[in-house]
Unconditional design. Structure first.
Length: 211
């Protein structure tokens, strides 16, 4: 049986043990003892399954319940935060980079729902049950909402993507009305250059949810 988000698979098996002294070639094998096992298999998912966009197609990005896995090639480079066109290394070894989400975020918002990477391969954005966080491979630092209430009021339902230095998300918001049945549907933009706060965001209200 699959877990609710497709990251785990529960498998049960039952083995029958036959007495060798009583079994013959023509006998129907009758179990005299049962041995049961319950296995839990963990899986990774490609980020493009739930969140298809150009950045995650150009760069190999996988996600688990609480981590993202990014494959870096030997010549992967990106532009720096000042956008002056200079090329810099992301500062990581070649191969798979396993990036753990901040415990402060994933503890309350487990599991990962969406993950994306920008076209340069330097910036990640990840959304769980509520809100989202973003990460710089150059600085190796996460940026979280400073206001926990703002984080709880946003639920990403339509995916994430990077556009230049902005994170674009399709979300539901309950910041003005706490009634979940009257949540607003919005597209929001947040800049990675500012604090992760609603006062620095732009929002467009929609009539229907983005799915």
């Amino acid at each position: 049986e699959w877990g609710p988000d497709g990251y785990t698979l529960w498998v049960s098996s039952q083995k029958s043990i036959i007495s060798p002294s009583t079994a013959t070639d023509d006998d129907v094998e009758l179990p005299i003892q049962n041995s049961s096992q319950l296995l839990l298999l963990n899986f990774l998912k490609s980020a493009v399954i739930n969140n298809p966009h150009s950045g995650s197609i150009e760069h190999l990005l996988l996600q688990s319940e609480d981590k993202v896995y990014l494959y870096l090639s030997g010549n992967q480079q990106s532009t720096n935060g000042n956008n002056n066109g200079l090329s810099i290394s992301v500062g990581c070894d070649v191969g798979w980079q396993v990036i753990q989400l901040p415990q402060l975020y994933i503890h309350n918002n487990w599991p990962i729902k969406f993950a994306c990477i920008d076209n340069t391969g330097q910036y990640l954005a990840v959304a769980g049950q509520h809100g989202f966080v973003h990460f710089s491979l150059f600085t190796r630092k996460w940026k979280l909402f400073g206001n926990a209430g703002q984080e709880r009021d946003i639920r990403v339902v339509g995916g994430l993507l990077w556009w230049q230095e902005f994170i674009v998300c399709g979300c539901t918001s309950t910041s003005e009305n706490r009634d979940e049945h009257t949540s607003r549907y919005e597209i929001r933009l947040y800049s990675r250059l500012t604090n992760l706060d609603n006062q620095f965001s732009n929002a467009a209200r929609l009539q229907s949810p983005i799915i």
